[in-house]
Design a protein around this ligand. Structure first.
Ligand code: URA
Length: 210
């Protein structure tokens, strides 16, 4: 991926995103829509996975058929909202290994504080896709990527639903080698660190908490 930021402007993604933003959308629908959009975004973020071929026999003849090669996938959910994006990708790539990074945002400083870190072995040999629906200040995301690099990851992509310009700039500064794929680049952050127009607190909306 050459672009640091890819905004997936596919009509299905944009339609589903509008439904997710709407404050009247139920928790169940929000969760389902996130799963569906994630699958569409996964199509983009996995676009450059290398292929090799395998000899197979169709009912009619033998052929050299394309099949995923080389690097295996590791998905890393940035807790807790990242979990809402895991299943969508896992349905497409069931063999992917899964890791978790737990960071919470200090409400006053907006700085990330780590409370959990568990990732698959051999990250250096995997394509690592970190998922978190909201790229807001970028502080948590950049800190999560720091941890993944310390654990050996070298080929990392960041998959999110919404991005704020501030978060994209922070990630570009901290991790210019990590391409970002998102459904929308929103206007800005507000004074509380929420993405505007955004969709509110993604974790609360997907888990029905407040
Ligand atoms: N996290 C969220 O869930 N929503 C925002 O708008 C920003 C960060």
């Amino acid at each position: 991926m050459n672009e640091h930021l890819t905004v997936v402007d596919h009509p299905l993604v944009q339609h589903k995103l509008t439904l997710m933003r709407d404050k009247g959308t139920s928790t169940a629908s929000f969760r389902q829509l996130l799963r569906e959009i994630t699958q569409l975004l996964a199509y983009e973020v996995t676009r450059e996975m290398p292929l090799t071929t395998r000899t197979i026999e169709t009912p009619l003849e033998e052929m050299e058929a394309p099949i995923l090669a080389g690097k295996k996938l590791a998905l890393v959910s940035i807790l807790r909202a990242g979990n809402g994006m895991l299943d969508g990708v896992l349905e497409l790539v069931p063999s992917a290994r899964v890791g978790f990074v737990g960071l919470y945002r200090d409400e006053e400083t907006l700085q990330p504080v780590q409370y959990y870190f568990k990732v698959p072995e051999g990250l250096q040999d995997r394509l690592v896709i970190a998922v978190d629906p909201m790229l807001a200040t970028g502080n948590s995301s950049a800190a999560a990527i720091d941890l993944l690099k310390q654990a050996g990851a070298t080929d990392i992509r960041f998959l999110c639903l919404l991005a704020a310009p501030e978060g994209v700039a922070r990630m570009k500064e901290a991790h210019p080698d990590v391409p970002i794929v998102t459904a929308s680049l929103d206007r800005a952050l507000n004074s509380k660190g929420y993405i505007m127009p955004g969709l509110g607190d993604a974790g609360d909306r997907m888990f029905g908490t407040k």
